[in-house]
Design a protein. Structure first.
Length: 195
């Protein structure tokens, strides 16, 4: 299987709404529409997403534009941060960096990076086991994307290549099996068109 792993782009941040329920912002939706346009004509059989609203929003845009099925797989979700819920910046970035720096330790009650890496790898393997022929699109999250990239590169968590856009909306092409990164992280805007 080959898959294009996409981190969801910009969201509507609302401290009063649980993080998994945040939708894509108008800018995030525009960027997903841009990616959908670039993929028209490619041999894509399905799009997969986590069950978080922002990932589902992005996957629904792709599925509608490309006329392909959308499958929801909860295991494609972001790192489990329910112990803290919303954390404002700059504190959130500090906690996230501690999460990656100490992968076998729980930071403020979050699931460990090592456990979350195993989960996202297993989720990609589950997609591969269920996938039809053709490219699979996977709309997921930046944190688990980094953990997946570390496994693809065969490097320790925290030493992986990072997406260049802090607002999300980055892609990488991968295969499974063999489990390998086939492209660097690339912003949606820079992803090549299928034609």
């Amino acid at each position: 299987m080959r898959a294009l792993f996409v981190t969801h782009p910009e969201v509507v941040i609302d401290p009063l709404v649980p993080v998994p329920q945040w939708p894509l912002s108008s800018r995030g939706r525009e960027r997903m529409e841009l990616l959908a346009g670039k993929l028209v004509g490619a041999a894509i059989s399905a799009v997969w997403s986590s069950d978080e609203r922002k990932a589902m929003d992005g996957a629904e845009i792709l599925a509608a534009r490309l006329a392909i099925p959308h499958h929801v797989l909860a295991a494609l979700g972001e790192n489990d941060r329910t112990a803290t819920g919303y954390i404002p910046e700059p504190e959130f970035s500090q906690v996230a960096e501690a999460f990656f720096a100490h992968p076998t330790q729980s930071v403020r009650g979050w699931a460990t990076a090592a456990a979350e890496q195993d989960r996202i790898v297993a989720a990609i393997q589950a997609v591969a086991a269920r996938a039809d022929t053709g490219l699979q699109l996977v709309v997921s999250h930046g944190g688990v994307g980094r953990l997946l990239r570390a496994r693809l590169e065969g490097v320790p968590i925290g030493a992986e290549s990072r997406p260049g856009n802090p607002r999300g909306g980055c892609c990488m092409l991968l295969s499974a099996p063999p489990f390998a990164a086939l492209s660097p992280w690339t912003d949606i805007e820079d992803w090549p068109s299928a034609d």
